[in-house]
Design a protein around this ligand. Structure first.
Ligand SMILES: [Zn+2]
Length: 327
């Protein structure tokens, strides 16, 4: 009898009236229509390619912040969602360096005010973090190709932003406080050399408390039209459980994906996972590979593979849940 009562109690603790557990409530909130609306806005011509330091990049930023406010997801810092920093390039230098707003830098030719967006869902442990991030800047306006000069960046990286926003919303809707604290990050200046993510990591006072970083950069295209389920799934080699978790979730939740699993000992090129990997923070990165419109004006919304984007977002939400609660 006692066992039965315990079982019933456990059932009501774990499941709501519809028989769903919190993880699955969050999972079911992830949908194609939301991804479409986010990518439609961010990759629209009126945003002129969201180049870091431009007014249109600022519109993209305010849009992302308004989405987070609507979900009830709080800013990470008490000053607000935006983490402001500056990037400058010295005379003759190709690469930008980043600095805080108050530092003075002599001898630069080019200086930009940039902004990361940082939001959080506090966990039971407030000193252990899982971060999910995507860059929201793109290349702006550039060389004309096929009568088009706006580099819309629907795949690069409105697709990644849509995933991080949907994962944040799914956690909020699950109604369950995660064990670890979640941070949702939207990086500025990736296209100019991973400036936002580098600034964040290099000014973070607790890199050892970041237990994992999930990166999203270009997750909406087919690099081979005959393989619409293809995605590259990169992760830090020392954590085989990152690969195992994805394999199990794909099977259990019948996700329509055929990942190429790439365990990587030092994942230090390519995108915003670099500064994290350099600090030995374990990383995971979904990426649907190169395509003919990569860094071209033709990176348009009508070429997105919505089914794949949906399934990657779901898989990554399940990874995030695992990292936050069970790892
Ligand atoms: Zn990118």
């Amino acid at each position: 009898m006692k066992t039965i009562l315990l079982f019933i109690a456990a059932f009501f603790l774990l499941y709501d009236a519809n028989g769903q557990n919190p993880k699955e409530i969050g999972l079911e909130s992830i949908n194609i229509r939301t991804a479409e609306s986010i990518i439609y806005f961010l990759s629209h011509d009126v945003l002129k390619g969201r180049e870091a330091g431009t007014g249109e990049n600022g519109i993209a930023r305010e849009y992302i912040i308004s989405q987070l406010m609507d979900m009830g997801i709080k800013p990470m810092e008490k000053e607000g969602y935006a983490q402001q920093f500056e990037a400058y390039r010295s005379v003759g230098a190709r690469r930008y360096k980043t600095t805080t707003r108050t530092d003075t830098v002599p001898g630069y030719t080019n200086k930009l005010s940039l902004y990361n967006i940082l939001a959080t869902i506090e966990g039971e442990k407030t000193d252990e973090y899982i971060i999910a991030g995507a860059h929201y800047d793109h290349l702006g306006i550039g060389k004309v190709v096929d009568n088009d000069s706006i580099y819309n960046g629907a795949d690069d990286n409105a697709s990644g932003v849509s995933a991080v926003l949907q994962i944040a919303k799914a956690f909020a809707l699950s109604g369950e406080k995660p064990k670890r604290t979640l941070v949702f990050a939207f990086w500025d200046g990736e296209e100019k050399g991973q400036l936002g993510s580098s600034f964040f990591v290099n000014h973070c006072k607790y890199p050892d408390k970041i237990k994992a970083y999930l990166n999203f950069d270009m997750i909406g295209r087919n690099n081979d039209e005959s393989k619409p389920k293809h995605v590259v799934y990169l992760y830090t080699e020392a954590y085989p459980e990152f690969g195992e978790n994805t394999r199990q979730n794909i099977q259990r939740y019948k996700l329509i994906l055929e990942p190429e699993y790439k365990a990587w000992d030092k994942p230090v090129t390519g995108s915003d996972q670099v500064p994290f990997a350099l600090k030995n923070i374990p990383i995971l990165w979904y990426h649907t590979d190169g395509h003919p419109d990569y860094h071209k004006p033709g990176d348009h919304i009508d070429k997105i593979n919505w089914q794949k984007l949906l399934n990657i977002t779901k898989a990554a939400y399940l990874n995030t849940w695992f990292l936050a609660n069970d790892f």
